[in-house]
Design a binder for this molecule. Structure first.
Ligand code: NAG
Ligand code: NAG
Ligand code: NAG
Length: 477
């Protein structure tokens, strides 16, 4: 009894230190910018701080974003897009320039950007790329590492390659049968050795949603962190969710090839809210909160029980992302395009998400199908196709937020999306004889006809300045 008490007394401070350390390292988030109307960088940085986010992962090294992150106290992973890998693999000079321009210049002055990682490429070994980046990823990684060393930044800034989870696989449903994909096995071992030699981490993106999306027979509850009844027993390790099983398949692959302790970063994890029948607010909330609860408790996986290092995907919706992988691609955000939270989520310090402030929407105007329009008009189909190609109709498919609209409202949705993406200019609601601007919100239930936000474009600021100038001039006279 006494001994137990003493044990507790000694362990209590240790426990709190561990908990505090868990908070100090904090959950990370991905910040992508493939949007027609991105929120201003300083607006997003304020959101990150208001929500207690301490780590952010970028997909490039946009100077305006890095400027906004200056002195924010937020740790940053900058990214190198795949289309730069060839150049960086073949030219040491290009790699040095990249590091000078996109890392050193932001870090040199005191109180600069706290860059911790360079992500070289993004999921370069996806099978849909047909091996395009297999020859260049490792040489680019090596050149960037050499450039960081030359810039004397190698102790502060590490390199990594965010990889898709299909670089490894298991021949059964058991993680212990895991190994790297046979077609890239040797390449993976070289990369893993390189990361290990340089004190870097293995970064992997894990998507239970995609497991469900790709396989109609996938057990839904196994995609989440609660509710699965038929857990898998892997030699005494119990798996009741696919995230753990997937993560530990990687751990086994690393272990089998001689790197049992290589740290793992979960570079992307999340759930989309629209664009597919399994992409909705309820599932996204269930998945992300399930993940966060474990994360905040410092609970890892059966093979790596300690705290995880992870970045949620994604912070904000991106309405200009390629929908080649699926219509859900534009709906991964915890926040809508305008910085408003989608659902309640506890990320740690705050209870629920804090939205963006100071965001201005355009006027309360929508472009809709004219009530008098004839559905048999042969301009209808090409007009809808044009609007959808140039704007965003990903909320219109089966099982999506606007999937139950009648035909006329469905057409209006497409017209309005095009109108909003084009800043509500008159000419964007001129579908031949078919469209009209209205100030009546056409939204139906959960299907929202959105109004675009104002972006701080130079042109608009300039005209505002002229108006102010003219106003002041005449007032002073
Ligand atoms: C720095 O990064 C930006 C954004 O990713 C890129 O466009 C630019 O080419 C990079 N600069 C150099 C010198 O490589
Ligand atoms: C990969 O190959 C397929 C089939 O040959 C082709 O349709 C696709 O465009 C290729 N993708 C890339 C990125 O080269
Ligand atoms: C609504 O529009 C989308 C995109 O144009 C189309 O795929 C879908 O079939 C339409 N649904 C109805 C009910 O008209």
């Amino acid at each position: 009894m006494e001994g137990e008490k003493v044990g507790r007394l000694i362990l209590a401070p240790l426990f709190f230190t561990v908990v505090l350390m868990g908070f100090a390292s904090g959950i990370g988030v991905n910040w992508g910018t493939q949007s027609t109307h991105p929120l201003g960088a300083s607006t997003v940085v304020k959101m990150l701080k208001d929500n207690g986010i301490q780590k952010v992962k970028l997909f490039d090294a946009d100077p305006s974003i890095l400027d906004a992150l200056k002195k924010s106290g937020i740790q940053v992973m900058v990214g190198i897009p795949n289309d730069m890998l060839y150049t960086l693999a073949n030219s040491m000079q290009a790699a040095e320039k990249w590091v000078a321009k996109n890392v050193s210049s932001h870090m040199s002055s005191s109180g600069g950007v706290d860059i911790r990682y360079v992500a070289v490429g993004n999921e370069p070994f996806l099978s849909t790329y047909n091996g395009t980046f297999e020859a260049t990823t490792l040489p680019a990684l090596q050149n960037i590492q050499i450039a960081l060393t030359k810039a004397k930044l190698n102790n502060r800034v590490k390199v990594t390659v965010p990889l898709n989870a299909d670089v490894y696989q298991s021949s059964s449903d058991k993680p212990s049968d895991g190994d790297f994909r046979t077609d890239i096995h040797d390449l993976m071992i070289q990369i893993v050795k390189f990361l290990n030699d340089n004190g870097a981490s293995f970064t992997v993106n894990i998507y239970p949603f995609i497991s469900l999306y790709n396989d109609p027979n996938f057990p839904v509850d196994y995609a989440f962190f609660n509710g699965y009844q038929s857990s898998i027993n892997d030699n005494g390790r119990v798996y009741d969710n696919v995230f753990d099983a997937n993560h530990d398949t990687l751990v086994w692959a690393l272990q089998k090839n001689g790197y049992p302790n290589l740290p793992i970063i979960v570079g992307e994890i999340g759930w989309p809210t629209d664009g597919d029948r399994n992409a909705n607010l309820q599932y996204a909330q269930r998945f992300n909160q399930g993940f966060m609860s474990r994360y905040l408790a410092g609970k890892g996986t059966p093979m790596r029980p300690g705290p995880l290092d992870a970045y949620l995907f994604s912070w904000i919706d991106e309405d200009f992302k390629s929908i080649q992988p699926g219509n859900f691609e534009r709906h991964w955000g915890l926040f809508y395009y305008d910085g408003q939270p989608k659902y309640q989520l506890t990320l740690g310090r705050t209870n629920g998400l804090v939205g963006a402030s100071g965001v201005h929407h355009l006027a309360k105007k929508w472009c809709v199908l004219k009530p008098s329009a004839n559905l048999n008009d042969d301009q209808v189909a090409p007009s809808v196709a044009y609007a959808c190609q140039n704007a965003d109709c990903t909320s219109l498919g089966y099982g999506t937020s606007c999937g139950n609209l009648d035909v006329r409202t469905n057409i209006s949705y497409a017209f309005n999306s095009y109108f909003q993406v084009n800043d509500q200019i008159d000419s964007a609601c001129k579908f031949p004889g078919l469209s009209v601007v209205t100030d009546q919100d056409p939204s139906v239930g959960d299907c929202k006809f959105r109004i675009m936000i104002q972006t701080d474009s130079a042109g608009r600021l300039e005209s505002l300045r002229i108006v102010l100038f003219v106003f002041l001039f005449f007032t002073l006279l």
